[in-house]
Unconditional design. Sequence first.
Lengths: 192, 108
Amino acid sequence: MTQAEFLTRLRRALAGTPPGAAEEIVRDYESHFREGLAAGRSEAEVAASLGDPDRLGREHRAEQGLRRWEAQRTPSAAFGALAGVVGLGAFDILVVAPVVTSLGSVVLTLMLAAFGCVFGGLFVGVFGLLTGMPGAPAVPLLLSLGLMSFGVCVGSLGVLAAAGLIRAGLWWARVHLRLVEPGTGPLSGALS
Amino acid sequence: MPDAADIQLRKGVLELCVLALLSRGDSYAYEIAARVPTEIGMAEGTVYPLMRRLQTDGLVETYLVESASGPSRKYYRLTQAGRAAVSARAAAFTALAGAVRRLIGDAA
């Protein structure tokens, strides 16, 4: 593999990383090639000794994603981190995926039910008031408010559950893939 | 082809070895990459994500050294936290290695 091929594949594997960080990373590898060539090695030798650029790119992406999550705990940073980690731990994920999918489906269903309740409540209220349902206006209003509140409540629980799932996912990634925090490796205080 | 568990084990050790190397003197990426990973059966390139992570974790910091022939070189040195980490982890590793050796006994 030539230097150009290596860097092209690396850049492709880095897709999704902020451009500033990606360029910094590529520059480090360019320096590596420069030093290697100056030491008398060929481009092919240096490229081979560096390893698989696709895998290296994925490791960098995962590292960047977790960096961003630690700096700003936003939902998008969470998904970025998870996406990076998933790319890296593809094989391990095959075992955990069914569990995560099931839990995710439950949360999704909860959210859909919540939306259903909210809109159903709204519908009942409007429909009940307009068509003069027996007991109007009190019954449809109370029913409506009740359904909507219930929907909001279930929806909030769903959001909490989703946040919990994401946190659990990242914890799993730390323990399993050792991408973050010196404190979770086998050579750390975890031994004591 | 080393399996996933094997790779994870080596990755953990790589970090300790790189930190230990830096505790004996500042170094630059190419030198680190040439001296450490291959000794423990890893590709040289794995040093680069590691150095970025060590920086994020505040264990190392970088500085540039001007070069007469070409662009300046990025050097790495340990921070206070980095020095503390080396001693702690080297001790933990020694303890672990000792225990494992005793447990393995004559198996190897």
